[in-house]
Design a binder for this molecule. Structure first.
Ligand code: SF4
Ligand code: SF4
Length: 387
C-alpha cells in the first residue's frame, strides 16, 4: 500500500494536530480562521491541558501545532510548552510575536523540541497591517529579530496568501533569508472571519497561476502545509506534499474548549467529532467518532469526475467548499478550470461558522483598504490593554 493510501484511510494518531489554546488575542486580523478575540470562559484549564498532553504522549503524537487566538497570552503558555516537550510531544506554535522578547527568544533557542511560527501577511507594513492591524508588522519583525539574535535558526515565517501580497513572494523569501528563517505560505480559506473578506482577499485566477508558477520555480525549501494541492491541476509538475484533503484522516483540530473538529478550517457543528473531556478522551474521538470514520471512507468524485485533473486536484478543499456554500462533491471555489466560479454564481447562502469570539461588535469593513483609522485600542498598539 502506498503511503498516501494509508493517509486516505486514516492513521492511529494525527500527523498534523492543531491545538488552539485560547480564543483570546491581542489583534483582530480580518481573516482570522477561528474568529478569535475574546477568551471563552469554558477554555481548558492548566490541569486539563496537561491531561491532553499526557494522552498525546500515550498516542505517540510526535508534535502538536499550537495556535489560537494568540496562545502566548495565556499565563500558563510557557509552562505548557515545557510540559509538552518534557513528555516527548514536540511543539510548534504560531504567534504574532507579541511576547517574543529577547529573554524568551533565548529560552526558545535553547530548546530542541520547540519551533516557532511568526505570522506575517505582508512584506511591508502597509500590506500586512491592513489585514492584521496597525503595529503588527513591527511586532512581528521585532520578534524575528529577537529570534535571529538568539541564534534560533529556521523558525517559520507564516504567510497567508492574499490578493494583496502575491506580488511580494520574492520579498517574503528575502525576509526569511535575512533572519535565518524559513518561509511558509498557506492558502486563505473562507473560514471564521475569513468568510467575510474572502471575496476581497482571495487571489484572482491569474494570481493562482502566478503562485503555482512561483512555487514550481522557487518552492524548494518553502513550506506550504500542503494547502495548495488544488493548484496541481495547472500543470504536470505536482507541488510537493499531500494531494488530498486530510481532514479527520491525518489532520484535526482541538479547540480551546476541547471540542475536536476535522480540520482547523472547518469550525462548524457539521465537522465536530467530539470533545476531549468526554469518556475516552481525544483518542476515542480520533479513532472511533462516526464523523472521522465517515471521512476515512472513499469519496466520490461527484461533479469533478469528468475532469482530467481530478487525480492531481481531488476536488480541492472541503472547508473552502463548505464555507462558500458549494457542495462537498463539487469543485473547489478556486478550481483552476473556472468551475468553482461558475458554481458560486448559483450557490446558496454559505453556512456560518460555529462560535464567534471576535471583540469587534460591528461587521468587518467591506473594503479593507489601507490606513484606516483605528477603532480599538489594540489597533493602535498590539500591546494596548495587556499586562
Ligand atoms: S478541509 Fe481543506 S484545509 Fe482542511 S484538511 Fe481538507 S483540504 Fe486541508
Ligand atoms: S473540476 Fe474539480 S478536479 Fe478538476 S480542477 Fe476543478 S476542482 Fe479540481
Amino acid at each position: 500500500m502506498k503511503l498516501v493510501d494509508h493517509f486516505a484511510t486514516g492513521l492511529d494518531a494525527p500527523i498534523c494536530l492543531t491545538w488552539e489554546l485560547t480564543y483570546a488575542c491581542n489583534l483582530a486580523c480580518v481573516h482570522c480562521l477561528s474568529s478569535s478575540g475574546r477568551r471563552d470562559p469554558r477554555e481548558l484549564d492548566t490541569a486539563q491541558c496537561r491531561a491532553v498532553i499526557d494522552e498525546l504522549q500515550r498516542m505517540q503524537v510526535f508534535y502538536v501545532n499550537i495556535g489560537g487566538g494568540e496562545p502566548t497570552v495565556r499565563s500558563d503558555f510557557w509552562e505548557l510548552v515545557e510540559y509538552s516537550t518534557d513528555h516527548q510531544v514536540g511543539v510548534k506554535f504560531s504567534t504574532n510575536g507579541v511576547r517574543l522578547n529577547e529573554k524568551r527568544a533565548k529560552w526558545l533557542a535553547g530548546s530542541d523540541y520547540v519551533d516557532v511560527q511568526i505570522s506575517l501577511d505582508g512584506a511591508t507594513a502597509a500590506v500586512n497591517d491592513a489585514v492584521r492591524g496597525p503595529g503588527s508588522f513591527d511586532t512581528a519583525m521585532r520578534a524575528m529579530g529577537n529570534l535571529a539574535d538568539a541564534g534560533f535558526r529556521d523558525f517559520k515565517i507564516s504567510v497567508v496568501m492574499t490578493r494583496q501580497n502575491v506580488d511580494q513572494l520574492d520579498d517574503f523569501a528575502a525576509i526569511a533569508d535575512s533572519y535565518g528563517g524559513q518561509l511558509r505560505i498557506t492558502r486563505l480559506r473562507p473560514s471564521g472571519r475569513g468568510a467575510d473578506v474572502w471575496d476581497e482577499l482571495h487571489p484572482t485566477a491569474a494570481q493562482q497561476r502566478q503562485l503555482y508558477n512561483w512555487l514550481v520555480a522557487h518552492g524548494e525549501g518553502v513550506l506550504t502545509g500542503d494547502s495548495f494541492f488544488h493548484l496541481n491541476a495547472f500543470g504536470s509538475t505536482p507541488l510537493p506534499g499531500l494531494n488530498l484533503c486530510g481532514a479527520g484522516r491525518v489532520v484535526c483540530l482541538i479547540d480551546p474548549i476541547g471540542d475536536v473538529y476535522a480540520c482547523p478550517f472547518a469550525i462548524h457543528e457539521q465537522f465536530l467529532a467530539g470533545n476531549v473531556r468526554a469518556p475516552g478522551g481525544f483518542s476515542e474521538v480520533w479513532r472511533n467518532s462516526p464523523l472521522f470514520q465517515d471521512l476515512r471512507r472513499p469519496t466520490s468524485a461527484g461533479s469533478c469526475s469528468s475532469c482530467p485533473s481530478y487525480d492531481s486536484c481531488r476536488g480541492g478543499c472541503m472547508a473552502a467548499k463548505f464555507f462558500t456554500g458549494l457542495p462537498m462533491d463539487g469543485p473547489d471555489p478556486e478550481c483552476v478550470q473556472g468551475y468553482g466560479e461558475l458554481a458560486l454564481a448559483t450557490a446558496g447562502a454559505p453556512p456560518k461558522p460555529s462560535g464567534d469570539h471576535s471583540r469587534r461588535k460591528k461587521p468587518v469593513p467591506l473594503s479593507i483598504g489601507f490606513g484606516q483609522p483605528a477603532d480599538r485600542a489594540c489597533d493602535t498598539s498590539p500591546l494596548a490593554g495587556m499586562r
